[in-house]
Design a protein around this ligand. Structure first.
Ligand code: FPP
Length: 252
């Protein structure tokens, strides 16, 4: 990394761990499904809000490889909701110049979800303003392992040497290939962990944790996160311009 300091540069890429649908529903004596449906409403709002705020990349953690351990009924509902979401949102994605990508192993998804994703990805392929990445059947560790396997396959097939592998070449094998690393990772619902999300890409991400439950995360909450981000000093392991050459308590 050559970049040493940037302040108040808006994030190019925001990634969100959407957590708290179940608790949102429980507080209202509603079913978990109703919580997820409200969560889908928040997804609609936040995608459009990111587009109008000029964010170029948005990654939403919608279903982890660990989420398969949830009751079958809940898993089924989540994938039905995904198909419904894709069908209803296609016009919005087209009108707003938004493309769609999946981070995760698509081959493990239910056939109806795969078909709906493939259709929307294809129709939105030339959209440029915002790239919406849905992390589905996603595991950060598995993503890194898969990239390692691909590098090994290539090396074994072509006789490449280990030191020819660069960070750029490695990143080219990740789901996020060609996209910037997330500048800002948001997690809702008060939990303070990454849960196997973007483990390679988060090296220099700023983190924003909020107690707000995902269905309540709206444009105003997004703006709070952006304001917080704007106040962060990002040094990428270097020094602030004003402190170059001197170490301070603030700048060890
Ligand atoms: C975590 O909340 C949420 C999920 C595992 C699923 C995320 C799904 C959505 C936001 C809805 C639909 C998404 C799309 C893309 C259409 P939780 O269920 O773990 O909440 P809890 O911790 O309060 O139980």
């Amino acid at each position: 990394m050559t970049e040493t300091s940037s302040q108040a540069v808006p994030p190019r890429h925001i990634a969100i761990i959407m957590d708290g649908n179940g608790r949102w529903a429980a507080r209202r004596s509603l079913s978990r499904s109703e919580g997820h449906r409200a969560g889908a409403g928040a997804v609609r709002k936040i995608v459009t809000a990111c587009r109008t705020r000029g964010i170029g990349h948005l990654t939403l953690y919608a279903f982890s490889t660990e989420n398969w351990s949830r009751p079958q009924e809940e898993v089924n509902f989540l994938f039905e909701l995904l198909v419904e979401f894709l069908q209803s949102e296609l016009p919005t994605l087209m009108q707003n110049d938004i493309s769609l990508r999946v981070f995760g192993d698509v081959s493990g998804l239910p056939p109806a979800s795969r078909a709906a994703l493939a259709g929307v990805i294809d129709k939105c392929a030339n959209n440029k303003r915002l790239c919406l990445n849905l992390a589905l059947n996603y595991s950060g560790r598995e993503e890194i392992l898969t990239a390692c396997r691909r590098c090994l396959d290539q090396a074994l097939a072509g006789g490449a040497q280990p030191d020819e592998l660069t960070p750029e070449k490695f990143a080219g094998h990740l789901y996020s290939a060609g996209q910037p690393d997330p500048d800002l990772i948001i997690r809702t619902s008060g939990e303070l962990r990454l849960s196997n999300f973007l483990l390679y890409q988060c090296a220099y991400s700023e983190f924003y944790f909020t107690p707000v439950l995902w269905p309540d995360f709206d444009e105003a909450e997004l703006d709070k996160a952006l304001l917080d981000f704007a106040g962060r000093k990002r040094r990428f392991g270097g020094l602030d311009q004003k402190n170059r050459g001197q170490r301070t308590e603030d700048n060890p």
